[in-house]
Design a binder for this molecule. Sequence first.
Ligand code: ZN
Length: 263
Amino acid sequence: MRRIATVLTLLLAAACSSHPAAPTPSGSVAPPRHAPSAAARATAGQTSAAPRTAAAAAMSIPPVSAKARAAGLIDVRTVVPDAVVDLHYATTHNFTHQQLYPSRARCLVHRTMAPGLRAAAAVLRRQGLVLVFWDCYRPHAVQVRMFRIVPNPTWVAQPGPYATSHESGRSVDVTLARRAVGGTCPHKVRQHCQLIMGTAFDDFTPRAYAFATNGIGAVALRNRTTLRHAMETDGLAVYSGEWWHFDGPGSFVHRPILDAPPY
Ligand SMILES: [Zn+2]
C-alpha cells in the first residue's frame, strides 16, 4: 500500500502542476531553462505548409464555449489542424486512474500560444511529424481535485488565488508522432506512430528531465531534441523538469482564475 501511495505521489508530480519545485540539476540534467519566452508574439503569424485539408478541418471545428472564448482560449486545431489530441485526463488512463476532464474536453490554449504552436507544427510537418497534445488548458477545479488526491505541495502545487501555466492556458504537454505510412508501430496514436521519448507522460524520475542523458537511448535523445527545437522556433520554452512541458508567453504571470470549462 505504501508503495502504491509512493508511486502515486511521485506520479502526481509529473502532472505539470505549476512545477512547485523544479528538479535540482544533477549530473544527468542540464541547467534549468525555465525562462518565459520573450520572442513569441501575441499576434497570430502566417501558417506554412499546412495540409491541404487544413481549411476544411478548421471549418469543421465547432466554436468553443462562450466562457472559454471570453477567456481568450481557442481550440488548438484551429492553429494546428493536424494536431493529435490525446488528453489523458479525459480518460482514466492517467496517474490518478480517474477521469478528470469531461469526455467532451478539447485541447484549448490561450491565443498567445498560437504563433509558437503554429511555427512548431510547420517545422515538424516538414519532417513528417505531428504534435500530440497530452494536456493543454487545465481548469482550476481540476487542479484543486489533483491536490485533494495527494495534498502534498512538494509534489503538487497547492491551488492558489491565481492562474498560471496550464491553468491560464499558456502551457502544453506534447510529444511527437510520425505520420502513418504503414509498417509496424510499437505505439499507435490515432493513425500515427508515437515516437520513443525515453519515458511515458506520467513519469517522475530523473529520466523525465528535459535534458536528462542517463538512461535515455540515442533515439529518444534525438527525438526530444527534435521536439524542443521545433517548439523553440517561435519562443515556446521547455520546462527543465519535464521534456513534454512547454510554456508560452506570460505563462508565469499571475492572472485571475479562469471560469471556463475545457471545451
Ligand atoms: Zn505540463
